[in-house]
Design a binder for this molecule. Structure first.
Ligand code: AMP
Length: 271
């Protein structure tokens, strides 16, 4: 596993290869990331993982400050997996060397779910993904369905400019079905127990949606119940179509999306 600390060492190391699988991350490596890496390893000749906490996608400075950072541990896990050929650890200037302002703006219809609650977040994500794709030139990029809206928007954006394919990967969960996330490191045991209960509740909501005549009213009621039972703040609880992310009126081709706060940590999930 070769560690690439800047763009010139990346260009030199990747030059001989044209079948590169890319797993972009912000570190805090967990089994979710490792599942993306395994998929890349099985579909591509070489696998590169990047670790870069992109400040431009944080709409909340406290969130950026408290985001888990442990590069030593991350490198140890990646090395132990024996599936990673290159780890790219760019500095800010490697990504943002041209000072041109990014022209990315979301379409009005995409200003939903996390885009509505985290102003500027996806503009930052799309900008960094554009830049990373230009630098790494991967054949395939592996991204998790846990961040479904991110996957949807990145796929759409990169599809306009690059041949690179974005490959979706299933959400990996812990033994209590809580979706793995680097942010879970900021949760205590009792928070994680609540997160597991919320997952169970979401499963039952999804199941009962199909009997409900008015999904919006049903979900509003469920949202209130979740808020009261677990004393959590909920940004959204919505059923949306997986192909266009429009509000759904049936379970068909749909997922239930949630964003909520536990211990001041913002968590998202969909099922
Ligand atoms: P992050 O480091 O949180 O920016 O995530 C890097 C990539 O890993 C993104 O494509 C995420 O969607 C993906 N990812 C994060 N958590 C999980 C998970 N529990 N299961 C599958 N993929 C995940």
């Amino acid at each position: 596993m070769k560690i690439l600390l800047n763009n010139s060492s990346l260009f030199e190391s990747l030059r001989p290869f044209d079948d590169i699988g890319f797993v972009p991350t912000m570190g805090g490596i967990h089994e979710g990331h490792l599942s993306l890496i395994s998929k890349s390893k099985s579909l591509c000749k070489k696998t590169i993982v990047s670790i870069f906490i992109n400040p431009k996608q944080f709409n909340n400075q406290q969130d950026l400050k408290s985001y888990p950072r442990n590069i030593k541990k991350d490198l140890k896990i990646l090395k132990k997996s024996k599936k990673v050929d290159f780890v790219y650890l760019p500095k800010f200037k490697d990504i943002y060397k041209d000072k041109k302002k990014s022209k990315i703006t979301l379409q009005k219809k995409d200003n939903i779910l996390c885009a509505k609650f985290r102003k500027g977040h996806f503009e930052g994500v799309l900008d960094v993904m554009n830049k990373l794709t230009k630098i790494v030139k991967p054949k395939k990029i592996f991204m998790g369905e846990k961040d479904f809206q991110q996957l949807y928007l990145v796929r759409k954006e990169l599809g306009k400019k690059y041949k690179t394919k974005v490959i979706p990967c299933k959400t990996v969960r812990d033994r209590n079905n809580v979706a793995l996330s680097s942010r879970n490191l900021l949760l205590n045991k009792s928070n994680l127990i609540i997160a597991a209960k919320i997952y169970e509740k979401l499963v039952s909501i999804k199941k009962y949606i199909k009997n409900s005549k008015n999904i919006k009213t049903f979900l509003n009621l469920q949202k209130k119940e979740l808020k009261n039972n677990y004393k959590i703040k909920i940004d959204y609880l919505e059923l949306r179509n997986i192909n266009n992310l429009k509000i759904s009126s049936s379970n068909k081709n749909s997922r239930l999306f949630i964003a909520y706060y536990l211990n001041n940590v913002r968590l998202i999930d969909n099922l």
